[in-house]
Design a protein around this ligand. Structure first.
Ligand code: UD1
Length: 422
């Protein structure tokens, strides 16, 4: 049954929201369990549809999975049942491509369906494939599957990514940790999730250096051991709720988040007149400093730039600012699917190639809108929170892929929002 969300807008959000673990770290961290025959325990794993999809795939491959509590998972892959990631798993989530590297490095072969996932541009996996080929894997595409083999194992080499790819870097890392010799990844992703992922692999016995810089060096080892590891807070969830506070003219204390991992985003918000104050080690307090929100142009870029995953939400904020702002999307093509829906709610956003020009309006109005991809969906929820009247966001299953208990978290801060089935 399809679910929708009904929101009556206009209520300022006040109170506290505890940020969940980062989806974009939890996914590769779960996959890393394929690299070892010992137990990996992950804590602070968010409860999300994407996590469930991936756990389904890992179980299919032969991983023993046990929930120790709501957010702690034990994984052990002492024997493998299959080295094939079938279409039915992979089509639900593009990040399933992450199993390619560890399957080839530990089990010498893999067959992974070409992924589906968010409909935001071409999002090829050519760079993942190229990295493995450079390490000695033989790869062909047959019937929609990537078939990879490395009978003699993988070998360290130099990999230079022409563009920054987050999961591509992670796949190369998982292939390289068990390869013979040293691998150097140049133009590697520097996202906090990638740094944390390297920390996890090192705790498992990998020899990785340089993470957090564009050049990561990996000295291959024979095998990896088990470990316990805590998932870092979700930056994108943090940023989304920060915008919710600013939009509704409320005041939210975001708990258990890392200010420095989002500093470019918080800088933009501060220029727009939004206070984003560190409160102790792990909290950020967000509220409007002045009545008005100032227009501030942004461009998305790989870390440490403005995150593409916060672009749609930021566009909602600029929709009710005091002037005209531009948002330029440099990572993905076709990531403006929220724009026509926001315009139906009264926003004035014009798309010019990879830039949108947002001319502020006095008010947004409630409407029936359709969620498309994950971040577009949450931007419609945000718009609903500040719009006059009732907004119904249909097809919200995208939201549950990336936001744990979003309706509950918002309700507890005063939002009028409810989920219903149609
Ligand atoms: C990850 C994040 C996603 C985020 C994105 C960019 C996870 C699970 N997801 O996605 O939330 O929006 O980073 O920060 O971590 N590309 C190719 N060929 C490839 C790989 C990528 O052309 O083989 C292109 C993509 O189409 C895109 C760009 O590279 O234009 C960056 O994508 P990438 O960093 O790989 O995104 P994901 O890792 O899929």
């Amino acid at each position: 049954m399809l679910q929708s969300m009904r929101i009556i807008g206009g209520k300022p959000l006040n109170g506290e929201i505890t940020i969940s673990g980062a989806k974009n770290l939890a996914l590769p961290a779960l996959v890393a369990a394929l690299l070892s025959d010992s137990e990996i325990i992950l804590r602070n794993v968010p409860k999300l549809a994407d996590i469930n999809s991936l756990l389904g795939l890992l179980e299919f491959l032969g991983c023993d999975i046990n929930y120790l509590d709501d957010h702690s998972i034990s994984l052990k892959t002492d024997k493998i049942k299959s080295t094939e990631a079938p279409y039915d798993f992979v089509r639900k989530m593009r990040a399933s491509i992450l199993v390619l590297g560890p399957l080839v490095s530990r089990f010498k072969k893999a067959s992974v369906s070409l992924p589906g996932g968010c409909a935001i541009g071409a999002r090829g996996v050519d760079l993942h494939i190229k990295a493995l080929e450079l390490m000695g894997a033989q790869i062909s595409i047959e019937n929609g599957y990537i078939k990879a083999q490395a009978e003699k194992g993988l070998f360290g080499c130099d990999i230079t990514f022409p563009i920054v790819t987050v999961t591509g870097t992670e796949n190369a890392l998982m292939a390289a940790v068990l390869a013979k010799g040293t691998t150097r990844v140049t133009n590697a992703a520097m996202e906090p999730e990638v740094i944390a992922f390297c920390n996890l692999l090192n705790k498992m016995g990998a020899k990785i250096a340089g993470h957090g810089t564009p050049i990561i060096t990996i000295e291959g080892v024979e095998s990896l051991r088990g470990t316990k590891f805590e998932i870092i807070p979700d930056r994108i969830e943090t940023g989304t709720y920060a915008i919710a506070a600013a939009l509704t003219n409320g005041k939210l204390l975001l708990k258990n988040c890392v200010y420095d991992d989002l500093f470019t985003f918080f800088e933009a918000l501060q220029s727009a007149g939004i206070a984003c104050e560190k409160d102790g080690l792990n909290n950020v307090l967000v509220y409007r400093k002045e009545g008005e929100i100032r227009p501030v142009d942004i461009q998305t870029a790989p870390y440490p730039g403005f995150p593409t995953d916060l672009q749609a939400q930021y566009s909602v904020l600029m929709s009710i600012c005091s002037g005209t702002a531009t948002v330029t999307e440099n990572i993905f093509e076709n990531r403006f699917m929220h724009v026509p829906e926001l315009n139906r709610m009264g926003a004035n956003i014009a798309i010019h190639g990879k830039t949108v020009v947002i001319t502020a309006v006095k008010k947004l109005f409630g409407a029936q809108v359709m969620a498309t991809d994950l971040r577009a969906s949450v931007s419609l929820i945000l718009a609903g929170l500040v719009a006059d009247g009732e907004t119904v966001v249909n097809r919200i299953y995208h939201l549950d892929r990336g936001y744990e208990n979003i309706d509950k978290k918002l309700t507890e801060c005063g939002a009028n929002i409810e989920r219903f089935s149609v």
